[in-house]
Design a protein around this ligand. Structure first.
Ligand SMILES: O=C(O)COP(=O)(O)O
Ligand SMILES: [Mg+2]
Length: 228
């Protein structure tokens, strides 16, 4: 019996359009600190390196740099607020569930590898009714390393019961392409997510502009790999 192939997904900007709730939480903190709000279109591309980094980037926009203790305190407040509003406006990207149905019927299993905290990721996916679809949901605190460290991807695939040699990564930003490259697996980039560097410039193996195109991109990667 062969092990099911594993598709490992990034979460923010890949599975779920989380920017509205993340940026509301950021603006709640900025407002409390007496700083102006960051507009959604600017703030979207600051997502991707975890809550603390998002907050630091938000503060840097106003030329504010604060000490580690203040950042710790603000990060905690940010997470408390975000956790209470995690699925107010966040929704799966269009076509996600149909794409997962299609791929699952073809025998793929799924995992999540995100730089979000694990409990926040599980809470979000629970509230959207998506958790059951994933064999493993791993975040920046699950193994003590975050993307692009390849150890997080290796351990996520293992926790999902898969093997790295038949895994594919799907993501929207530099840490996702980086983690896949360093772990030696193919990567599909999505064009609808959050990234400061255009995803095409990061040269993923395939690029998709809509979730409906995911099954065909996966199959073409597998065909390509089998032909080598
Ligand atoms: O929340 C973040 O900053 C990153 O999350 P992601 O790794 O799922 O994109
Ligand atoms: Mg992302």
């Amino acid at each position: 019996m062969t092990t099911a192939r594993t598709i490992v997904f990034d979460l923010d900007g890949t599975l779920v359009d989380t920017a509205p709730d993340l940026i509301s939480a950021l603006n709640y903190i900025l407002d409390r600190e007496g700083l102006p709000a960051v507009p959604l279109h600017l703030a979207r591309n600051m997502i991707g390196a975890g809550a603390r980094r998002l907050l630091e980037r938000g503060l840097e926009l106003d030329g504010r740099s604060i000490g580690p203790e203040d950042i710790d305190r603000l990060t905690k407040d940010f997470i408390d607020y975000y956790a209470a509003h995690i699925a107010d406006a966040s929704r799966p990207f269009e076509g996600l569930e149909a794409a997962l149905d299609d791929l699952s019927a073809r025998g793929y299993r799924f995992a999540v590898c995100t730089n979000k905290l694990e409990w926040l990721s599980k809470r979000l996916l629970d509230q959207l009714g998506l958790s059951e679809r994933f064999s493993a949901i791993c975040g920046a605190d699950t193994f003590g390393v975050s993307k692009p460290d390849p150890a997080i991807l290796q351990q996520t695939v293992a926790r999902a019961g898969g093997v790295l040699s038949s895994a594919i990564m799907v993501g929207d930003a530099g840490p996702d392409v980086g983690v896949a490259r360093r772990a030696g697996i193919p990567v599909i980039g999505v064009e609808f997510g959050y990234t400061d560097v255009p995803i095409a410039d990061l040269k993923p193996d395939r690029l998709i502009g809509h979730m409906a195109d995911l099954p065909a991109a996966v199959e073409s990667l597998i065909l390509h790999r089998n032909a080598i």
